[in-house]
Structure formats: C-alpha cells, structure tokens
Ligand binder design. Sequence first.
Ligand code: F6P
Length: 341
Amino acid sequence: MRIGLITGGGDCAGLNAAIRAVVKHAEGAYGHSVIGFRHGWKGVAEGDVMPLSRQHIRGVLALGGTLLGTARYHPHSVDGGLDAVQATLEAERIEALICIGGDGTLHAASKVAERGINVIGIPKTIDNDVVGTDVSIGFQTAVQIATEAIDRIHTTAESHNRVMIVEVMGRHAGWIAVHSGIAGGAEIVLAPEAPFDLDRIVRFLKHRHRSHASFSIVVVAEGAVPAEGTSMQYETQLGRYGEIVAGAVGERVAAEIAARTGFETRVTVLGHVQRGGTPLPADRILASRFGFAAVEAIQAGKTDVMTALHGEQIVLVPLSEVAGKVKTVPDDLLEVARALA
Ligand code: F6P
C-alpha cells in the first residue's frame, strides 16, 4: 500500500518523532511505502513529493521542526485547491493519507475526506486547542520552555522590583499560559477564555506590592482580551494572514499597568522559541504512539478519524467531531491559576 504523509500548519517539537513512527511501523510491520509531501497541503496540491523510507528518518527522533517542511495552506480555501489535492493523490496512487496538523490542517483533512479519500489525522499544536484529545504533540515541550523562561524571569523581576509581563502563544486558548503560569508561579495569568478587567489587576498588584512583595509576574496569552465594558479598550492585532501580531497584547498590558501603577514594567515575548528545539520525552512518546496508531488505523480500514489521547489510552475519534472547533481551558483549571496568585 502507498501511504501519504504531511505535516501542516505551525511546526512544533515532536513532528519528526511522529514521521519516524509512521515510516518505521508502516514499512517494518506491513511493508507499506510512505510518500511524504513537502510543506503540508501545499505540497499535496503541487505534487511536491518526497519518498520516505528508513534512511530518511535515521537520527530524527530528537530533532525539532519537521523534515517534511510545513506551511499554512488550506486547499478548501483556495480556488481549485481540493481538485489539485485529489489529482495528486490519484497520480501518486495514495490509498491513505496521514495528516499531522492542528485545527486548520485537520479541518482541511475532513474536507478532503468528504471526497472519498482515506484520511487519518494526528493532532499537533503547541496551543493544545485541538478538540477530542487530552494533549496534542508539541504542547508539553512548549510548556517546559515557557516555564523555564518564567523561572528565569522570576529572579530578575525580584532583583529589580519590577512587574514582568511574559507573553506566550495561544491564539484561541490559553493552555500554555495557564500551565506555565501555574508551574512558574505567576501572580496573574491572562487567557482568551477569561477576558480580563485591568482595574482589578491594577488593584491586585498595588495591594501585593504594598503589603508583601515588590515584584510580580503576569503571563499573557497572545489571544487574551479585556472584558467588554471594562476600562481598557483593545482589539486583537492581526497580521496579513490573520495571525496574531506577536507582542501586541503584552506591550499594551505592560504600558497600561505601568501608567496606572507607576511600577517599573518590562515585557518578554517568548514567540517562536516555544515551537523550536528538542522535544521532551513526553512529546516523543506521544508522537510515536500517534504515528503507530495511525498506521494501525489504516491497516484496520479506518478512515476520517484522528488519533487521540484519552487518559492513558490512544483512541480514534471521528474527524467530523474535531474540525472547526477549539478546545478551551476548562474553568476549574483557570480557577487554580487564579487561586494561586
Ligand atoms: O498555531 C500555533 C501558533 O503557535 C499560534 O499560537 C501562533 O499564533 C501561531 O502559531 C504563529 O504562527 P506563525 O508561525 O505563522 O507566525
């Protein structure tokens, strides 16, 4: 059998581990051929093929990024995109396509599946906002990077008596902000799920600095917004492709806090540092399990499903239940972040 493989959307740590698992298991256990397409759906639409066998995956387990390359390209949003994808898959005699991606890539996968093509999804995104799975590839490494950064910022914050704003990724969901904020002991965590009231934050910081501490750490997800009807007016700043302008909300929150409290304030925007570098063992293991499960799913004749982690188990969930949705941080977790301020 000829199995296609793509990585789409923003990269993250652990993608190569997933590619390796697919190639090793498909080739080793069943003698299938794996055909990679470069740069996600774009490569499928353009027929940009890269054969993948054991020699191509040697030594990649611990490497960040993706050896296939990736791109933000959605065939269903481009004129003739889905036709081009179908034509390439037919020309390459691909019987099943494994798509490693986040919400955008998996949404496209469900559109391609509607055309009768066998598709299996594997969730990856540092934002951890893919529904249907407890965790996506890349999230745990990103949390580790953000937590380490907060730990380092702690000591300099304390030395200088400053309010330190740490902006982390998370467009629609504040998973990285909440996890790294709790793990790093941040005083305040701002997530898109819970629009904030800057007046309350200012009152809290003034009280804290008056009564028992001279510094504070505020973790801000890039998609955080003020609550309607509160004193700070702000709209999320979007770039040319709808991406969030890095640093925009962090800088704005810092400027408002500095102006309203008089405290010295600094901003650190972690940005793409969170996506790069060596995957943690947890991400290598998750990616390996997902890659293995995707091949098993194909072998069992399953299609239009995504591999997912439910507790300790790897399961398959229908792609139709995933596409176009966002997994937000639940209230009880937001509550922990608030309670430990
Ligand atoms: O999709 C994950 C993500 O890391 C978002 O949190 C962030 O807004 C976006 O990617 C940045 O994308 P790009 O690499 O295209 O700037």
